[in-house]
Structures are given as structure tokens and as C-alpha cells.
Design a protein around this ligand. Structure first.
Ligand SMILES: Nc1ncnc2c1ncn2[C@@H]1O[C@H](COP(=O)(O)OP(=O)(O)OP(=O)(O)O)[C@@H](O)[C@H]1O
Length: 243
């Protein structure tokens, strides 16, 4: 998962032309607005420039299909999609998410839950619900436990993604939009855990200062039967960059 700060570090923000002498130019309109001049913006060494296939310019849903796979191509792809509020991108079987730091209308509503619960992975655009649905289906398809590993820098959106996963699983497993008592208990445990283990830091106003291992147990009927949350690496506030 990526916080949007990544783009500031890796992406050149406006279109650039790469000239033979490897200079980077940005278009700029003169004060009368009548002509366009090219003003040298910065110089880049050849080692920092990578080939780019025009096919990847608009952004791709699955980065495993990018013709060139390097930092520049990955960051450009994620950034292009992020600008269109497409925060989820596949990398083969991995889902990359960029924190939008805003509510995207309709992205997580009941219709989205229903839509993704009725389609297989890959049928619809990448989404955390598509991943959750695949996990749930694989429980029965493979008759085996499933695991989702969520990682990323502080503020990247791991906790929010975990809550979305739990929300989706609770709705799909109960078969209705109303959660049962067990599902409610699991979802409502989040604010209690956060009250004890979260703190405001320079990266995140509601930063989890501990890791979480969440286990859900499903009955053969498909319902969530129970679960447990194991915390680890609880940080002492004295060691963390609290503001
Ligand atoms: N999918 C999302 N849509 C909208 N806002 C989001 C989303 N994910 C995260 N955010 C926003 O970003 C903030 C930080 O996200 P979150 O707490 O999940 O990060 P984190 O990766 O768990 O960070 P930490 O490791 O510090 O606990 C949230 O409080 C929320 O405001």
C-alpha cells in the first residue's frame, strides 16, 4: 500500500520531453499567453531515464502486463490511475492500493459489495472487495485456510483496508447487509483496539502503534463463527515520533 507521498519522491509531475542531450524541458506560456516557449527545467543523468512504451501511457489495470517493468513505469502507472481516482491496481495476484485521503463516492457502498461478491477476480476493475471475495471463495474451492498480508508505510491505509476486508467478509458470509452478532463484534472491536494502541504521529493522525494478526473462523454454512485478534510489536509511545 502506498501513501500519496510516494509520488512526490518518484514521479516527475508534469509531461517532460527528453532531448538527445538528456535535458528535461517543461512547456511554459509567456506572459501574453500568445506563444509557447520551452524552458529548461532540470538536468537528468542518463541512468535516471528509462524507456517507456506508449501503450503504458494511459495506465494499466494489471502492472504485470506493463511492457517495461521498472520504478518509473510502476510509479507512472500508479500515479496516472490515482489521478482518475482509480486507487487499486493489480500486480499479478498482488493488489497495490494508493491512499486517496478522501472519500471516493460509491467505492465501498453496498452496491459495490454486492457487485464484487457476484464476480470472479479479474472480471471487474481491481478492488479490495475483489480480493476479499477471492479469499472467501477459495476457502470452499481449496478447502484450505486463506491469508491476506497487508503491508505498507505508515499512513498508507493498511488499517482502513483491513476494516474494508472485514466489512466485506461479514456482509458476504452473513448473506445479508445486516451483520450478525459475531460479525458486529469483530467489526466493533476496531475502535476499542485503536483506543488502546493508536496514537497521533507525524505520518498519521490515527496511527496503529502495533501489528495485528486477525483470525476469522468460518462455519461450513459460510457464516463467521468467531475470530481472534492477536497484537504484537506494541510500541511504547516514548519511542515513536508522536507530534
Ligand atoms: N481507502 C481509503 N479511502 C479514503 N481514505 C483513506 C483510505 N485509506 C486510508 N485513508 C485515510 O488515511 C488515513 C490513514 O490510514 P490508515 O490509518 O489505514 O493507515 P495505516 O497504514 O494503518 O497507518 P499506520 O501504519 O500508521 O497505522 C485514514 O485515517 C484515512 O483518513
Amino acid at each position: 500500500m502506498l501513501g500519496s507521498g510516494w509520488f512526490k519522491r518518484f514521479c516527475v509531475p508534469t509531461p517532460v520531453w527528453v532531448l538527445p542531450e538528456v535535458q528535461c524541458y517543461q512547456s511554459s506560456t509567456c506572459c501574453h499567453g500568445s506563444s509557447v516557449t520551452r524552458v529548461p527545467r532540470c538536468k537528468l543523468g542518463r541512468q535516471k531515464l528509462f524507456l517507456m512504451n506508449p501503450a503504458s501511457y494511459r495506465g494499466m489495470e494489471d502492472m504485470a502486463t506493463l511492457p517495461e517493468l521498472h520504478d518509473g513505469a510502476i510509479m507512472h502507472n500508479l500515479f496516472t490511475r490515482y489521478q482518475q481516482d482509480l486507487i487499486y491496481t493489480n500486480i499479478g495476484s498482488i493488489l497495490a492500493a494508493v491512499n486517496p485521503y478522501k472519500q471516493i463516492p460509491g467505492l465501498y457502498d453496498a452496491d459495490a459489495v454486492e457487485l464484487y461478491s457476484q464476480h470472479h477476480l479479474g472480471d471487474l476493475p481491481p478492488h479490495i472487495y475483489a480480493l476479499a471475495n477471492e479469499c472467501y471463495r477459495c476457502l470452499w474451492k481449496r478447502s484450505d485456510s486463506q491469508c491476506v498480508l497487508i503491508s505498507g508505510e505508515s499512513g498508507a491505509g493498511k488499517t482502513e483496508s483491513t476494516k474494508l476486508l472485514l466489512k466485506f467478509l461479514s456482509v458476504v458470509s452473513s448473506g445479508t447487509l445486516r451483520e450478525t452478532r459475531v460479525e458486529q463484534a469483530i467489526i466493533q472491536s476496531s475502535p476499542i483496539m485503536e483506543a488502546f494502541g493508536n496514537a497521533k504521529t507525524v505520518y498519521n493522525n490515527n496511527s496503529s502503534r502495533f501489528g495485528k494478526f486477525i483470525q476469522l473462523h468460518f462455519a461450513q454454512s459460510g457464516n463467521i463463527q468467531g475470530g481472534c485478534i492477536i497484537h504484537y510489536l506494541l510500541e511504547k509511545l516514548i519511542n515513536s515520533p508522536v507530534v
